[in-house]
Write a protein that binds this ligand. Structure first.
Ligand SMILES: Cc1cc2nc3c(=O)[nH]c(=O)nc-3n(C[C@H](O)[C@H](O)[C@H](O)COP(=O)(O)OP(=O)(O)OC[C@H]3O[C@@H](n4cnc5c(N)ncnc54)[C@H](O)[C@@H]3O)c2cc1C
Length: 359
């Protein structure tokens, strides 16, 4: 019998396992293989791989320094905000750490204590509550396993099977389908992260990120049959802003559950805790989620390290600040995604800067 079983070894699950792994008997399960080898690339999490200032702060709180192997060129100091509808753009100074997301996840996992049982390539299927503990069912390519655990943690991302079983109606949150295409590009010519706003394409947002010898073009779209056409339209519109897209080498997709109401966030109940995107923790304005994954894991670890009694209540209480943060990001969204307000912000260039260009 495990004290804690964590489903999902993304940033949330690995961080929790690292922080509680020596105090409790812990099992960490992930359907991905989580290796750095390219042939397992199909198991890579679809992500822009930018560590925003909030995520950087949390890494410092965790006392961690990033290994060089996790970094990807170029490191970014400039955000280019583009309003394609009005053909306006502005530049802002902000520092993002540009990472290889797969290597980042593998690095976080490598710090999980040795006494944690890590089961990779294993897919969680379901749980049953029985006599004060959970019977969890998971399988790999060849076998199905049943294990027992006192506490179950869903750190299993936006489509969280744990969350679905616990609260089947949860998916009233607003779903988006994110498409990311990797095209060959000279990233030294585009050393900035672009955020692109266009209500014809989406009421969320689109982005470009230079990544080594590639440029990622991404969009969070309404999940319907128009999504592929809208993605093509985005590329066409970006060409008017000087973007040149080389050969596409990869296209990937992922679900984003955008929390537009605070009640769409969940910390779990009845012996189950939800972390990171599984609980709906992701920025409704920018889809930044690594900081929320780390922060929710730290909060749950602090709660569990004190005691497991009534941990659900204390975890919920201690995430109050995080809920407020999502609330304020929702307020910010109204500004950014409102066409008139964005026009004003872009027109007056509030907090923007000019770029010096060689004559
Ligand atoms: C296109 C896109 C771009 C993004 N870009 C950024 C960015 O640049 N910066 C940023 O901060 N955030 C970004 N985000 C958000 C960020 O990726 C997530 O918020 C973050 O990964 C959440 O971490 P997590 O640990 O909660 O979940 P995840 O990273 O999703 O990890 C969940 C884990 O659970 C595992 N799992 C799922 N189901 C099962 C199962 N049944 N059995 C076993 N294991 C299972 C998965 O394999 C995975 O390893 C982006 C998201 C998308 C979709």
């Amino acid at each position: 019998m495990y004290d804690v079983t964590i489903i999902g070894a993304g940033p949330a699950g690995s961080t929790l396992a690292r922080l509680i792994g020596t105090k409790y008997k812990v099992q960490l399960i992930d359907k991905r293989e989580l290796t750095n080898s390219p042939e397992k690339a199909s198991s890579v999490k679809c992500c822009g791989g930018l560590l925003a200032p909030d995520a950087q702060k949390l890494l410092s709180k965790l006392g961690l320094g990033l290994p060089k192997s996790v970094l990807v060129e170029p490191q970014l100091f400039v955000v280019r905000a583009i309003d394609t509808q009005r053909h306006m753009e502005r530049y802002y100074q902000r520092y993002y750490i540009n990472i290889d997301r797969q290597k980042f996840d593998c690095w976080l996992l490598s710090m999980v204590p040795l006494n944690v049982d890590i089961r990779l390539g294993c897919t969680f299927e379901s749980y049953e509550y029985e006599n004060g503990s959970f019977k969890i069912k998971f399988s790999d390519k060849n076998n199905t396993y049943i294990d027992k655990t006192k506490i179950l943690v869903g750190a299993d991302g936006a489509s969280s099977p744990v969350h679905k079983q616990l609260e089947p109606k949860r998916h009233s949150s607003r779903p988006y389908f994110a498409i990311q295409e990797w095209v060959e590009a000279d990233s030294s010519k585009i050393p900035y992260f672009s955020t692109v706003f266009d209500p014809e394409i989406t009421d969320y947002y689109c982005w470009t990120i230079p990544k080594g010898k590639h440029l990622i073009i991404g969009a969070a779209l309404h999940p319907n049959d128009k999504a592929p056409g809208k993605f093509l339209l985005l590329k066409e519109k970006l060409e008017d802003f000087g973007f040149q897209f080389g050969k596409a080498t990869k296209r990937e997709g992922a679900l984003i559950m955008r929390p537009v109401r605070i009640r769409q966030l969940s910390t779990g109940t009845n012996g189950i805790a939800l972390l990171g995107e599984a609980g709906g923790w992701i920025s409704p304005s920018s889809a930044e989620g690594i900081s929320y994954a780390l922060r929710s894991a730290i909060i749950l670890a602090e709660v569990l390290c004190k005691s497991t009694d009534n941990f659900e209540k204390r975890y919920r209480k201690n995430t109050r600040q995080l809920r407020r943060n999502i609330f304020s990001k929702n307020m910010k969204s109204h500004f950014i995604f409102n066409s008139f307000l964005r026009k004003m912000v872009m027109k007056f260039g509030f907090r923007s800067m000019e770029l010096y260009k060689p004559q």
